[in-house]
Design a protein around this ligand. Sequence first.
Ligand code: NAD
Length: 471
Amino acid sequence: MKNITKGYINGEFVTLHGTQIFNLINPTNHQPVGQVTLGDEEDVQRAIAAAKTAFKSFSQTSVATRIQLLENLKQAVNKREKELIEVMILEYGGTRQFCTMSLQNAIASFDNMITTLRHFEFQRKSGNTFIQLTPVGVVGIITPWNSSNSFICSKLATAIAAGCTVVVKPSEMSALQTELLTACFHEAGLPKGVYNMVNGLGNVVGTAITNHPDIAKISFTGSTVTGKQIARSAVDTVKRVTLELGGKSPNIILEDADFEQAIPQAVFGAYMNSGQACIAPTRLLVPKDRLETVNQLAKAAAAHVVVGNPADAATNVGPMVSEKQFERVQHYIQVGLDEGATLLAGGPGKPAGLEEGNFVKATIFTNVRNDMRIAQEEIFGPVLSIIPYENEEDAITIANDTMYGLAAYVTSANEARALKVASRIDAGRVCINGFKHDPMAPFGGFKQSGLGREFGVYGLEEYLEPKSILL
Ligand code: NAD
């Protein structure tokens, strides 16, 4: 049991003014693993004041200084990688496979920003006008629980690269992970007030950050519903906002694909991060006349999905983060049944022998229509919908018939054809023939999946204001 009573303000772990307690529960077995004291408005005020003061000098630092700080941060996080993975498995219930990858991404985000900075032009010229890209100010960073430390590292790295200072509010369910990460940041020796962190609830600490006039920008990752609330409260002070929101990503398998390979890959892909992934390909679009073959392959693949203890290296799907999330996924499985979709694998209830944690059966529905709720709404659990299409045109129409547009996937034996299809999908990221990651390419959503982009040059520019100086 760990008792976390402190936030991190102005270069120190400090006791918070807030007194409300939140219990941290291991999602694998419902055992308590800790308690966290939640901050309040007064804590937010202090954190923002520290970040505001630090911004005065930090915004003037050289690129070389900031590259050195990013290097120090990378080394400090790298040193405690193993502990960070273990605490993520314990508190979040992420599988060892996923937590390992997530930490690698977190560490790489510092290097990616160093590379970006080395080639970035903060001074530009347009005709006779000088353009200076200046840091936007104090950034409020609000993150979800599904890959907490990698979001914090990536957003902090970008802020530091730009010369901004930050106040972070992680999910209250990620307090153990954030405390360890903050200890790493402390060791890296950032100037006082550059990084501040207040644990707390969204409607208390989160709202205090989004309403505060001294916050110039919000970088948010989380649900579309919350993203809209944040954008609304940010408007009064015309804050810049970057929103990384939900998804319901289509995975189009064209009829010339190798189904024996593509279908099992699609099933395992849908269950990435135990299905709690914004980019998970949860709508599998397949040719109608091949549906029987797809069903057989998908069912066989589901039988190989290991649901269980996330600490085991072989586990593909761990528990849902909380009982609330478990109930949400159960609700959607029932909705799928009520809507008349055909249950191909899994279904309601917990898998046998896993009654102690928030475990869900690896579930597949087939014969799903795209207008069903299970095809339109983000479930955020291991539930895949197989949707048949008539032809390529129909597949593209179905893929785009969603309020989301975060990611999409296309599989074909003909790369040129897949590329043509990809260019017609309304999504911020389209992967061809497999699940790919490019940490330097812009990441973000079309439509209600978000606003703005993260990573690389596009991500950095979101933390900068262009100033034109006319001679
Ligand atoms: P959430 O929206 O419930 O919470 C995210 C964060 O916002 C938490 O820290 C929460 O405390 C805070 N928050 C809640 N209400 C707030 C308010 N009114 N003002 C300010 N802050 C507030 O999301 P979640 O359940 O933690 O995470 C799951 C969601 O995140 C899914 O919808 C998923 O798709 C999305 N997500 C998106 C991406 C992406 O990059 N696009 C990545 C991961 C997760």
